[in-house]
Design a binder for this molecule. Sequence first.
Ligand SMILES: *[C@@H]1O[C@H](CO)[C@@H](O)[C@H](O)[C@H]1NC(C)=O
Ligand SMILES: CC(=O)N[C@H]1CO[C@H](CO)[C@@H](O)[C@@H]1O
Ligand SMILES: [Ca+2]
Length: 240
Amino acid sequence: MMKLIWLSVFIVCVWFYAEACQPGQERFGGSCYQLLTERTTWDQGDAACSEMGAALAVPDSLEEHQFIWEMFTGNVSAGHLWIGCNDREEEGKWMKSSGGGECNFFKWASGEPNGGDSHIDCMQLWRNGNGLMDDTDCAYQIFVICESPVTLAVPTMSCLQRYADARSSSHCLTGHVIKEFSAKGVIACGSACRDEPRCRSFNLRRGGPGELICQLNNVTRNEADVKNIRLDNGCKYFEF
Ligand SMILES: *[C@@H]1O[C@H](CO)[C@@H](O)[C@H](O)[C@H]1NC(C)=O
Ligand SMILES: CC(=O)N[C@H]1CO[C@H](CO)[C@@H](O)[C@@H]1O
Ligand SMILES: [Ca+2]
């Protein structure tokens, strides 16, 4: 039996702030990362990053630590990498440069840190330790990675399509959700979709009282199986 569903399409245009990193940088979370091409001392690296409006990168989580190490090893096949912590002021107390506060994520290589009270006061991601942390002489010349907050690009207008059928304005795409989180509304959810490279469409679904759940999908409704397009009163589907 053939079932005919009448669809109408609403077009909603909204302004988005497209977040982006500069060419040559890579993004992870809310930061842009850039590898410098020259090997320098820790202080020269620190100065070079701040000249670019950035700072020596500091991993604050295991995921960020892994991202930094993979970005480095994907580009450079030998050598070590400065990151932005040193314990010059007080042995064992690791601080970010230029008043950035304390470093609070540590994943030391086995046997590290071993600098004691000497001048071995700067933190590197150590190739011999598979990218784990090591304290070493700040005067060594090794690679440098800078980190800066994601810059807001010019606002861009985007048009969203919302589909509705004759019976209900509400239907959503299921089975292709790659991320789900609560969001303020269609603009916040759409911005998140724009910032996620795999996002092709999104659902905005009623959650608890006063709560909206944003679901990012990795396909559009035209690419999905019809059985995954469900009428659902608490849910609206959008694509760009
Ligand atoms: C989309 O994500 C689902 C999981 O939600 C996965 O099973 C599927 O392979 C992904 N499809 C594409 C086209 O990336
Ligand atoms: C500085 C540098 O060479 N960065 C490159 C590292 O590798 C990624 C992915 O291969 C490139 O996009 C970067 O430009
Ligand atoms: Ca050491």
